[in-house]
Ligand binder design. Structure first.
Ligand SMILES: N[C@@H](CCC(=O)N[C@@H](CS)C(=O)NCC(=O)O)C(=O)O
Length: 227
């Protein structure tokens, strides 16, 4: 297999959803790879050389060629290993719609959740309300645009949007535990949470997500109520 796929190395960070999404895509495609954990307080020469512009993980090295930015890497994986399970639909218009919502998720939901982590008290509650509205718009749009492909249900293969949503949002219970509050309200975003809970049961998703307790400890240390 290595002869067919070449040498694949992922430079990553265990708790980063950007890195987990790449690991998950590789596993779904059945691509063997070597994983190298980076220490962001002491970045390796290889990381600095491979991603000189942003100096961030993830970076994928394919036969020594470096690819940076998680969404770019996912597209590269899809184009390079296109004989195995597809991450994007066949129809170009449907592909455009998936990409639109993947970008919305990254730009709006991922950054809203980061703002929640960084805020405190009443401000944190306001940010949670804002994210709830962003998620509502997301779900309405995904249902309208992706129809049949939404929501994910048991037994279906995971697509690009499932990968991006799942690797970040499947950790929501760890965030609730660490912050000691509901970051995503079950009464306001129930459809989103049902989607996420179904994704969490996918066997490859399950084995790729970071360990719950380790994540709770990490988030508590960085963003918990005492910080
Ligand atoms: N847009 C980038 C974001 C990657 C990113 O933010 N990586 C973080 C870890 S989650 C990082 O490497 N941070 C190191 C730094 O900022 O110096 C992507 O999607 O790949």
């Amino acid at each position: 297999m290595e002869e067919e796929v070449g040498q694949v190395v992922l430079l990553g960070l265990w708790g980063s959803s950007r890195c987990t999404r790449v690991a998950l895509a590789l596993k779904l495609k059945g691509i063997p790879y070597k994983y190298v954990e980076e220490d962001l307080t002491n970045k390796s020469e290889l990381l600095l050389k491979s991603n000189p512009v942003h100096q961030k993980v993830p970076v994928l090295l394919h036969n020594g060629k470096a690819i940076a930015e998680s969404l770019v890497i996912l597209e590269y994986i899809e184009e390079t290993w296109n004989h195995t399970s597809k991450l994007l639909p066949h129809d170009p218009y449907q592909r455009a719609k998936v990409r639109f919502w993947v970008n919305y998720f990254d730009q709006k939901i991922a950054s809203a959740s980061y703002t929640i982590f960084l805020s405190k008290g009443e401000e944190r509650e306001k940010e949670i309300e804002k994210m709830s509205e962003i998620i509502r718009v997301f779900i309405e749009g995904v249902k309208r645009d992706l129809g049949d492909n939404f929501p994910y249900s048991k037994g279906k293969s995971l697509g690009l949007l499932d990968i991006v949503v799942g690797t970040q949002a499947c950790n929501y219970k760890a965030a609730h535990e660490a912050l000691k509050m509901e970051v995503i309200h079950s009464h306001m975003n129930s459809e989103f949470l049902s989607w996420v809970d179904a994704l969490k049961e996918h066997p490859t998703m399950k084995e790729t997500l970071p360990p719950h307790d380790k994540l709770v400890a990490n988030l508590t240390e960085k963003f918990g109520p005492l910080n």
